[in-house]
Every structure is written in C-alpha cells, then in structure tokens.
Design a protein around this ligand. Structure first.
Ligand SMILES: [Zn+2]
Length: 269
C-alpha cells in the first residue's frame, strides 16, 4: 500500500498541474472502492486547478467550485502521459485530460477512490482525521494526553488515523524501534519522554523516506510510472530472525492487531 511518503512524492510529481485547466475527465471504470460520481465531468470539466495538496494519504485537487479527493488505495498510481500518447494500460480507470498532458489513474485492485465534493474538510473521508505527523500539532504533549486512557498497543495507537495520519505498518515498526519502545505496550503506559521520542522519530523517518522518494520522481513521467516502496534502510521491518542493527539480538516478528510487528526484545524491552 502506498504510505504517506509515496503519496507525498506523487503529489510533488503532479504539483506542476496547478493553474492548468482540466479540459475533461474520462471515466473508463467508475467502480472503485466507492462508485465515481457520474456527473464528475459536468462538475469539473473546463475548470482550473487552483491548488493540489495532500491531507493524510488523500491527494486533493482544489478546483473552482469543487474539490477532487483522490486516494490510491492498495495499488493505485497516478501517472503523467503526453496527450498524444495512446498507450493504454490494463487497469487505467480514469483520465484527467489537460491541453498537453493527461493524468491517468491506474488501480489493479480498485481499493482506491475518487470523490468530488464542495468542501473537502467536511467530507466523511477527511473530517475525522488526526493531525499530520510532520506538523507541529503532532507533539509530545498531544501524544501524551491522547494516550492516557488508551488500552490498545502503542503500535496500533499510532496507526489509527484519528490519532495521527499517515503512519502505516512498516513505518510504525521502524518508529518504535528507533524510540526503544516495545510495540505491544499499552498506549497509556508510554511516558512523556517516550512520546517525545516517538513524535520526533516519526518526523525523521517519514522525512527521510520523502527525500528518498524524490529520487524516483522521474518515474512519474514515463508510461511505466509505478509507486513501489521506497528503498529506505529498514532497521526491523521484515527482518525476522536477523541480527538487530544495535545489539545483534535476533529480531522478533509477532502478529499484533492482525498486522505483523517487528521488534528487538532487548533494545525495546
Ligand atoms: Zn537490539
């Protein structure tokens, strides 16, 4: 699944479409996770994109009267193609047509979505989201206060989008390893100092992944554009029974809230 850094990189790749007018929007298959509004072309065709930005893992196109909320789901990508390029890939579901280019939404598993709305921040997908992890709002005091009554594991807690957005399964394991916090601990037992480590390491790890992502930007300009995982150095994730990078103890894998969690029981004990 594309995580926040991958979505941020997609956003940076398509930022240049700001101020362009959408000539029309072609829907080949409306059956994404939610069915695409059949009036989408009437609503946004011919209107100018004022701004493209990100909220959590949603890419938002702000047009004159409407906003487009795009989610890449498990396997979605947006790629840029030349208007004359008639190369059609399997699972190309939607095309935003501009004068010289088009933006193509491809999604093999169709867990992604495209919504048209008049006020995105009141939209059901957006309205209940927690703060952005890279913002000042995601602070040690925020995390500390928010966790005080929570009996869930800290890993599950930081993956809950109503607490903080954009921390997926891979990054959650990495953040807790770097913070020396056992992923199984109840959220309410995490100290203020540990909350500080967790919030700071979240920012460091996500920023690093975004930087690495920047080097893959050129992929978005080819018909083969793909959004795989960025090759950041992972310290624990997917390293079961391999030596811990700090202490050489073997990394443990467990299933926590139905998701794989990796940790070092010495460093995170
Ligand atoms: Zn260790």
């Amino acid at each position: 699944m594309p995580e926040l850094p991958e979505v941020e990189t997609t956003l940076r790749a398509i930022k240049s479409f700001e101020q362009y007018s959408v000539e029309s929007i072609k829907v080949y298959n409306p059956n994404l996770r939610w069915k695409i509004d059949k009036n989408i072309n009437k609503k946004i065709g011919g209107t100018k994109i004022r701004k493209i930005f990100r909220r959590a893992k949603y890419i938002i196109f702000d047009l004159n009267s409407y906003q487009l909320i795009v989610h890449l789901g498990m396997s979605g990508t947006l790629r840029i193609a030349d208007i004359k390029d008639n190369f059609f890939k399997k699972h190309d579901h939607v095309e935003l047509i501009f004068k010289k280019n088009k933006l193509i939404y491809n999604d093999p598993r169709r867990f992604g979505s495209i919504h048209v709305t008049e006020s995105y921040d009141k939209h059901f997908l957006i309205s209940k989201l927690g703060p952005e992890p890279l913002s000042k709002d995601f602070s040690k005091t925020y995390l500390y206060e928010k966790t005080r009554k929570s009996n869930t594991s800290i890993k599950n807690f930081i993956m809950n989008q109503s607490h903080v957005v954009g921390i997926g399964n891979i990054y959650a394991s990495e953040i807790l390893f770097k913070s020396s916090v056992d992923p199984r601990r109840k959220a309410k037992t995490i100290s203020l100092i540990e909350c500080e480590k967790i919030t700071e390491n979240s920012k460091i790890i996500l920023q690093k992944a975004i930087q690495v992502g920047g080097t893959t930007l050129k992929d978005f300009y080819s018909a083969e554009g793909s959004a795989g995982y960025f090759k950041i150095q992972l310290s624990v994730y997917d390293r079961e029974d391999q030596a811990c990078v700090n202490c050489k103890n073997l990394i443990t894998k467990i299933i926590l809230n139905q998701r794989a969690a990796y940790f070092c029981n010495k460093c995170q004990g």
